[in-house]
Design a protein around this ligand. Sequence first.
Ligand code: SF4
Length: 432
Amino acid sequence: MQARRLTKQISVGDSRVGIIRIGGGLPGRDGVATLPAPVSVQTMTAGYTWDIDACVREINKLAAAGADVVRVAVPEKKDTEALKHIIPQVSVPIVADVHFHFQRALEAVESGVHKIRLNPGNIQDRDQVVEVIRACKAKGLPIRVGVNEGSIIERKDKQKRMKELGKVFSDHKHGYLLAIMIAKLEEYLDIFYEEDFHDISISAKSMDAALVVDAYTEISRRFDHPLHLGVTHAGPKETGTIRSVVALGGLLINGIGDTIRISYANDPIYEVEDGLELLYCLGLRERIGVDLIACPTCGRIQVDLFTLIQDVRKALANRVTVPMKVAVMGCIVNGPGEAEGADVAVFAGDRRGIIYVQGEKVANVPEAEILDRLLAECLAFQDRVRRGEVKLGDKKVQIIPPDPSGDLGSGWEKVAAGDVQRKDVSLTVKGL
Ligand code: SF4
């Protein structure tokens, strides 16, 4: 992991919904260095903003799932009007996504929104942009400038600059598009700088993961504003996950990116869950809840693990907030190894589950009882962590499983009998 790129910092929110800081590390306007904020997770509602009750429900559901900031579309005046009623009922900062009509931005500001997103591809009139900038400045609101590949319009007066940039990027697969994106950003941000407005974040999304990586990498070298990462129109979750994780993960590993939005053609709750999981995996956010480990299963499987793992995931989702590691393994080959590294673990044998808490065996139950017992052990362990009686990751003993290769007799029989031994020799599984 590369160190986070230092940027200016913006703040989104207010004292009621809380303030989310984005980016940081460079001095603020007062000359005092800011601290880089944790990478935040954003998403966007899928329903109509004018449908106030449904919109409030959706925002609150996304916030409960862990969204730090939620964006809403405001294509019509009834949407910006609705914001007046929505914002007092939600508990996360709200961003108004504005395209084509600069008046929507002005109305959203009046309605109490916490941030505006503008698209240089479809709001280009300088006077209109200045009006929005001044309205946001008066209320201390930041603006995201989002150049999407799909909405970039080539302008004749930018031909020369694009030619210059085109040479710079000639070794890039997408050199020409990159040149347009940078030229568009330079042109647009000049308007903001002339207004002495610096509460800016930048995004440059594309549906092409490689272009996203190239574009943000180039932008990070040229501008010191925080970056909002995303792959636009990533598709359904099944394929969009790969597209987004490749692009966003690659950038984050290189220290680039201050807030992320994964976008799927699906319920946005998945965008939040997967965005958080990406940040957890990269160590960029402190995990809330269970870190679930499970084997992919194979011909040695001893229980219906696919069903069990989904049941465990659902059962623990809202009940465990302590970041404990829970392992669910299909047999004793890798099960004990994983169980050793987990706080709570189950590995299966002969339609039974052997359950361990921090390396100590606590139960041997039939398959039908695994879920309930595992859940009970996880909740009890969580209580002990909260009372300060145990520490996460504090393994007490080494687990030595029954030996399936024969030296100790039939491993499966021993598992069935609950006779899981502790030995001072390591397990050697012949043929593996
Ligand atoms: S833990 Fe057992 S069942 Fe699961 S993949 Fe490994 S060997 Fe196969």
